[in-house]
Write a protein that binds this ligand. Structure first.
Ligand code: PNS
Length: 161
């Protein structure tokens, strides 16, 4: 069974990588699919995010990285995937995630959403938190991998003048 792990990943965090690693043990292949959303102003371009995720997941043999526009279920169908993989951190995630899972089920009954409980030590972690800390010069090396630390430093240095 192929699983799609869809998300914004702006940028990918250690919490996301944990979900990819564990998903890759459960499924034949995990496709990390970056949503290209024209209505959002991301920190990193889709191309950069694909490069970052590829670097962070290169130790996992059955992972692919891609981007998509439109509906996740349509992308999943196109790739013969039967599962949408999502991480659940805390109770407050549940409402939005359940709504998405139900919506996706109405759009395509054959595709199941599978939730993995985020590892406890990353339950507070989000891409937004990483961006907030990084823009004020705080340490993020315990939250993201080294290539992302460097990309974030570069980004905020570039924007500092
Ligand atoms: O990392 P995020 O921003 O929480 O990921 C959200 C994502 C990309 C999974 C969700 O917004 C999504 O699936 N968008 C694609 C549009 C879609 O399929 N919408 C219907 C389900 S609500």
């Amino acid at each position: 069974m192929i699983a799609i792990y869809p998300g914004s990943f702006d940028p990918i965090t250690l919490g996301h990588i944990d979900i990819v690693e564990r998903g890759a043990m459960l499924f034949e292949k995990v496709i990390v699919a970056v949503l290209s959303n024209p209505s959002k102003q991301p920190l990193f371009t889709v191309e950069k995010r694909i490069e970052q995720i590829t670097q962070c997941t290169k130790h996992i043999h059955n992972v692919e990285v891609d981007s998509f526009v439109g509906l996740t279920v349509d992308y999943a169908k196109l790739h013969d995937a039967g599962v949408l993989l999502r991480g659940l951190r805390v109770l407050s995630d549940f409402e939005k995630e359940l709504q998405m899972a139900h919506t996706n089920k109405t759009l395509n009954q054959e595709i199941e959403t599978v939730f993995l409980a985020t590892t406890k030590e990353y339950s507070f972690l989000s891409s937004s938190i990483v961006k907030e800390i990084a823009q004020f010069g705080g340490a993020i090396d315990h939250l993201v991998s080294q290539n992302i630390v460097e990309d974030m430093q570069q980004k905020y240095l570039d924007n500092s003048d």
